[in-house]
Design a protein around this ligand. Structure first.
Ligand code: HPA
Ligand code: ZN
Length: 322
């Protein structure tokens, strides 16, 4: 019998955010990259963030060690191994190609490296997986459009697109053309919205980008009409509680509106976002919220089922996971 309380699906996970300090040093040695840190302890001492941007600065800097398809495949396999141990049975993974092509890494190297590892995820690690390409909203939309055009021409094995990076000042409306092109090619659409940005950005993601899931979305609670819309249309929110604490979206985990979101009937899923930076993988995240909120077995079952409901999988796979 499938266990209903297991954290079985992960839908908001940046593969670059699984780059652990140990692997940063290993890849730096392999690729002869000089790191601006004395040692692992020195690097770890910098994992104190004041907001999203303070995290993004370190997150993008550390990507310098990712250079070859092999590096991306090793990174992805390390995540899959850890996710499998966490009980994850299906993962939809974000990759930010622009953060790599800007450094001279080819689009093929990063996409094929990650996709190659994902292809074997079921056989090697016992979980199904899929790739979602995320575009950097603080870079020009024309660059995102160019990247998507290349991915389509390459027939890249992706199921959808998303939008991430610095949110405030970079509204979804800027990316309408990109998302129109993705939908015309049958790709699923998601977007980070309402993490640091206002409810208006969530509305734009829904109405202009026609996303079928909202990543984070916790500031939606500030707009009762938006909450009603999300509930009535059963739009999943991929919530990342440990991320919200570490990026100071909320002060402490106890202050997180997770229970209010569940009580309002929102389709909340639980995710780890950038686990190497935010203090835990999906099992750690579930353990922390269970402890902090005294979640009942029934509430945990709802969260696990929501993940399965929100996944971009076919009905047969959904039935297997439920
Ligand atoms: N928000 C926006 N962009 C990101 C995040 C996030 O939480 N993680 C990695 N890129
Ligand atoms: Zn994210």
């Amino acid at each position: 019998m499938p266990s209903t309380h297991l954290p079985s699906v992960e839908l908001h996970l940046h593969i670059e955010g699984t780059l652990e300090p140990e692997l940063i040093f290993e890849l730096a040695a392999r690729n002869k990259v000089t790191l601006p840190y004395r040692d692992i302890a020195d690097l770890k001492s910098r994992y104190e963030f004041t907001d999203l941007q303070s995290f993004l600065t370190l997150y993008y800097a550390n990507m310098a060690v990712l250079q070859t398809a092999q590096d991306f495949a090793d990174l992805t396999r390390a995540y899959l191994r850890r996710a499998s141990a966490a009980g994850v049975r299906h993962a939809e993974i974000f990759l930010d190609p622009q953060a790599h092509t800007v450094r001279g890494v080819s689009l093929a190297a990063c996409v094929n490296g990650v996709a190659g590892a994902l292809r074997d995820s079921q056989a090697q690690f016992g979980l199904s997986s899929a790739l979602i390409i995320t575009f950097l909203r603080d870079q020009p939309a024309a660059e995102a459009l160019d990247t998507l055009t290349q991915l389509i021409a390459m027939n890249a094995p992706i199921i959808g697109i998303g939008l991430d990076s610095a949110e405030v000042g970079h509204p979804p409306i800027d990316f309408v053309e990109v998302f129109d092109l993705a939908r015309a090619h049958g790709l699923k659409c998601v977007a980070h919205a309402g993490e640091e940005g206002p409810p208006e950005y969530v509305w734009q993601a829904l109405q202009l980008l026609q996303v079928s899931r909202v990543d984070h979305g916790i500031r939606s609670l500030e707009d009762p009409l938006l909450v009603d819309y999300l509930v009535q249309n059963a739009i999943p929110l991929t919530v990342c509680p440990l991320s919200n604490v570490r990026l100071r979206v909320v002060d402490t985990l106890a202050d997180h509106p997770l229970q209010a979101m569940l009580e309002r009937g929102l389709l909340v899923t639980i995710n780890s976002d950038d686990p190497a930076y935010f203090g835990g993988y999906l099992d750690d995240t579930f353990a922390a919220i269970t402890r902090t909120f005294n979640l009942t077995v029934d509430q945990l079952a709802v969260l696990a089922r929501n993940g399965v409901r929100a996944a971009f999988i076919d009905d047969d796979r959904r039935a297997e996971l439920l």
